[in-house]
Design a protein around this ligand. Structure first.
Ligand code: B1M
Length: 217
């Protein structure tokens, strides 16, 4: 079976929510030497895209989305060590969380993987994070950058609450944002230090902020 056929099968396994199959095909693909980034983009992300569209169109419902999300997570356990392979040496510490009211964490986890792969230390504080949690964890871990993720048009508004709470406390850490509904314009409007469209852009963004603020040694 050719690589493209396998990628299509992976995409379909994700859509069908077959996590064992998705994980097995992922293993096969990387075993054949296919770049993990290609497996991610052309297999998993392509599948998740269809899932999102079908959900929006009312063709499938939440339980199906959940089984697809589980399939994505199973495949990611195979890809994660490969994506994060570069030798570890911390270039900076990033605090990362999904904001209050939002449970979507696949994108955030991917951002964490890419950042770790790019040599940053990531403190992942999970989903549904209130501004108090962001601040408490900031004080505990003293990160160089704080990153927020939101997947809902309703919860992205909470990013402003977090930015404002940091400002109110006089904390000057750069706050960056991302997630499907978030735009660079929105990021500007709420006073965030930056926006990234996807996980690799997030790594570039962090790199440029770290450089600008002279954190890199
Ligand atoms: Co939800 N969901 N969901 N969902 N879900 C979306 C987001 C939606 C667009 C689907 C749709 O209608 N087409 C829609 C939002 C509509 C809107 O507000 N605009 C939606 C909805 C409505 C809901 C519920 C409200 C459904 C309901 O209950 N009626 C509910 C809300 C729950 C809540 O959070 N309170 C809900 C629930 C769920 C599940 C739990 C079933 C599941 C999440 C499982 C999980 O994450 N553990 C789920 C899923 C899987 C999706 C879709 C299908 C896929 C999301 C995903 O994982 N994508 C999604 C449709 C879609 O986006 N295609 C949808 C793959 C992931 C790798 O991409 O998360 O975009 P993404 O992350 C990217 C970038 O955005 C960026 O980089 C990542 C990697 O490239 N990025 C950052 C993300 N965070 C970043 C942070 C950064 C920088 C970049 O800096 C810090």
């Amino acid at each position: 079976m050719g690589m493209n056929t396998k990628l299509r099968k992976l995409c379909q396994a994700l859509i069908d929510g077959k996590h064992l199959e998705a994980e097995a095909i992922t293993r096969e693909l990387v075993g054949c030497g296919v770049e993990p980034k290609i497996v991610l983009d052309e297999g998993l992300m392509a599948g998740m895209d269809v899932v999102g569209k079908n959900f929006k169109a009312g063709v499938i419902f939440l339980p199906q989305v959940l089984v697809s999300a589980r399939a994505m997570k199973s495949s990611m356990t195979v890809l994660e060590p490969l994506l994060a392979q570069s030798a570890y040496r911390s270039k900076g510490r990033i605090l990362l969380g999904t904001v209050k009211g939002d449970v979507h964490d696949i994108g955030k986890n991917l951002v964490a993987i890419m950042l770790r792969g790019a040599g940053y230390e990531v403190v992942d504080i999970g989903v549904g994070c209130s501004s108090d949690r962001f601040i408490h964890m900031y004080e505990k871990h003293s990160p160089d950058i704080v990153g927020m993720s939101a997947l809902l048009t309703t919860t992205m508004l909470y990013m402003k609450v977090v930015v404002d709470s940091f400002v109110a406390r006089g904390i000057k850490v750069p706050l960056i944002v991302g997630g499907a509904p978030v735009t660079s314009r929105f990021a500007n409007n709420i006073g965030a230090a930056g926006y990234a469209r996807n996980a690799s852009e997030a790594a570039d963004l962090v790199k440029s902020i770290v450089k600008k603020t002279g954190l890199e040694v």
